[in-house]
Ligand binder design. Structure first.
Ligand SMILES: *[C@@H]1O[C@H](CO)[C@@H](O)[C@H](O)[C@H]1NC(C)=O
Ligand SMILES: *[C@@H]1O[C@H](CO)[C@@H](O)[C@H](O)[C@H]1NC(C)=O
Ligand SMILES: *[C@@H]1O[C@H](CO)[C@@H](O)[C@H](O)[C@H]1NC(C)=O
Ligand SMILES: *[C@@H]1O[C@H](CO)[C@@H](O)[C@H](O)[C@H]1NC(C)=O
Ligand SMILES: *[C@@H]1O[C@H](CO)[C@@H](O)[C@H](O)[C@H]1NC(C)=O
Ligand SMILES: *[C@@H]1O[C@H](CO)[C@@H](O)[C@H](O)[C@H]1NC(C)=O
Ligand SMILES: *[C@@H]1O[C@H](CO)[C@@H](O)[C@H](O)[C@H]1NC(C)=O
Ligand SMILES: *[C@@H]1O[C@H](CO)[C@@H](O)[C@H](O)[C@H]1NC(C)=O
Ligand SMILES: *[C@@H]1O[C@H](CO)[C@@H](O)[C@H](O)[C@H]1NC(C)=O
Ligand SMILES: *[C@@H]1O[C@H](CO)[C@@H](O)[C@H](O)[C@H]1NC(C)=O
Length: 378
């Protein structure tokens, strides 16, 4: 098993040499491009994109072939500044791989950065460290598929037994992804983009037109609910909706023009809301004890606005702390009780007793809703 574990590494490093072949993709048709324009304008929101996390947005733009030179230049600069400032040893292989893919996608002036900073070598070292406790998932399917193709076209030499092992891994991972099917989504809205990519390259799932339509309907529905309005969330889903995967990164091709006409009427990302106030019930629940309060906020407010309003009313009961992440604010404590990774505890957000997949910063609350933040374990 040891030897085959080294293979995904080689595969990832060869990403730029791999021809793109899809089993079957599931591409948004032109009449539905308005959904894509919402995603594209969400990715333009520079205030919400920090440092190296811009790599997801840059990569997504390049895969979707969106030309927006001023945004690209700004993102690229932020990534490079952040990389120069940071101790690179604290990046994960996933973060490094995204940066390499973003900088290596089609002929562009940033590709030198990869070479000058020995990023590929660093990725190799990371990957070896992390492979031992690597989680399974969609990105692993992409990496393994990449290796499989490199073996079959002779770019990597491998024993037949290794090829078989890789094929078995791919099959079991694809099975796992499909077992997480949830309506038209896989896992939650945010894991669906990468799951779609994995299914494109390693299964015939989307050969069935009704499977494709089911996924697209669910994603469109979520787009219209504002689920993808953070740049990083939009970036995660956009390539798959255009039938693209990370394996389509090609550093020798010139950057072509997107099929989606982004000069069309700009669409506001946040639907215009009537200015009326709405009221919700907000509870903090710790070990079966709930404290609830009736809160009035402006229509269009998010969960976090409700928490802030409650905190102003009574900071002993509703006081909280949070930290900024590229996925928006993450609640770290409520009533002075801290989420703790070692004890696998966190603050779970719920609406009408159902756990939310969106964060406090982007879940838009509705009139009469029963909101709760619960001290929970995972
Ligand atoms: C990359 O793009 C170039 C130019 O379009 C093309 O000739 C080449 O075949 C592509 N390489 C792969 C591996 O797809
Ligand atoms: C990584 O390094 C940067 C800069 O040295 C630091 O700000 C950041 O907190 C570190 N991240 C982690 C996860 O250690
Ligand atoms: C496609 O999938 C749907 C639902 O999963 C199923 O009912 C239908 O029979 C499938 N069609 C084909 C041609 O396999
Ligand atoms: C996202 O789509 C799924 C499947 O259609 C649906 O169950 C869920 O409610 C949607 N989420 C939002 C916030 O609209
Ligand atoms: C894109 O949309 C604009 C405005 O609607 C139009 O003028 C332009 O011709 C369109 N471009 C393409 C390539 O369709
Ligand atoms: C809040 O705004 C939405 C979207 O404009 C609207 O559908 C809804 O009726 C409004 N709710 C209230 C209570 O005004
Ligand atoms: C909405 O709530 C704010 C703050 O409580 C209040 O100042 C404002 O008058 C309210 N607006 C309406 C239309 O009720
Ligand atoms: C919360 O307060 C609003 C405004 O005072 C009121 O209309 C609403 O009925 C209250 N909700 C509950 C569940 O008490
Ligand atoms: C906050 O709520 C607690 C429990 O209901 C109460 O004892 C305390 O006086 C309240 N504090 C303020 C500032 O209202
Ligand atoms: C939430 O679920 C619990 C049991 O899981 C139940 O006791 C409670 O009444 C439910 N609350 C609401 C608002 O539905």
């Amino acid at each position: 098993m040891r030897q085959s574990h080294q293979l995904p590494l080689v595969g990832l490093l060869l990403f730029s040499l791999i021809p793109s072949q899809l089993c079957q993709s599931c591409v948004v048709s032109e009449k539905d491009y308005s959904h894509l324009r919402l995603l594209i304008s969400a990715m333009d929101n520079l205030e919400q994109i920090r440092g190296i996390y811009g790599a997801s947005i840059l990569l997504s733009q390049r895969l979707a072939r969106i030309q927006n030179p001023s945004l690209e230049e700004e993102l690229s600069q932020r990534i490079q500044d952040d990389m120069n400032r940071r101790d690179m040893s604290n990046l994960t292989s996933g973060q490094l791989a995204l940066i390499i893919l973003a900088f290596g996608a089609c002929k562009n002036p940033d590709v030198r950065f990869i070479h000058d900073h020995h990023l590929v070598e660093k990725l190799g070292e990371k990957f070896k460290e992390e492979i031992k406790n690597m989680d399974t998932g969609a990105v692993a399917v992409l990496a393994l598929t990449c290796v499989k193709r490199s073996i079959s076209n002779g770019k990597i030499k491998a024993a037949i037994k290794d090829s078989d092992t890789i094929q078995k891994y791919i099959e079991s991972l694809v099975h796992k992804i499909q077992s997480e099917k949830n309506g038209g989504l896989f896992g939650n809205a945010y894991s669906t983009g990468e799951a779609m990519q994995a299914l494109f390259v390693a299964s015939d799932y989307y050969q069935n037109e009704s499977n494709c339509q089911e996924t697209l309907d669910a994603v469109f529905n979520n787009i219209s609910q504002g689920v993808f309005r953070l740049p990083i969330a939009a970036a995660q889903i956009l390539p798959a909706l255009l039938g693209k995967t990370y394996l389509d990164v090609n550093k020798t091709a010139t950057c072509p023009q997107s099929p989606v006409n982004i000069t069309d009427e700009p669409v506001p990302v946040v639907p215009t809301l009537s200015p009326e106030n709405i009221s919700v019930i907000y509870c903090v629940k710790i070990n079966e004890i709930s404290n609830c309060i009736n809160i009035t906020v402006k229509n269009g407010s998010v969960f976090l606005d409700v928490m802030k309003a409650a905190q102003e009313k009574n900071s002993t009961i509703y006081g909280f702390t949070m930290t900024e992440t590229p996925w928006g604010p993450y609640i770290t404590s409520v009533q002075g009780i801290w989420a703790n990774n070692n004890e696998r505890t966190y603050w779970e957000l719920l609406s009408n007793n159902k756990s939310l997949s969106q964060g406090a910063g982007n879940y838009v609350v509705k009139n009469g809703e029963h909101l709760e933040i619960r001290w929970a374990t995972y």
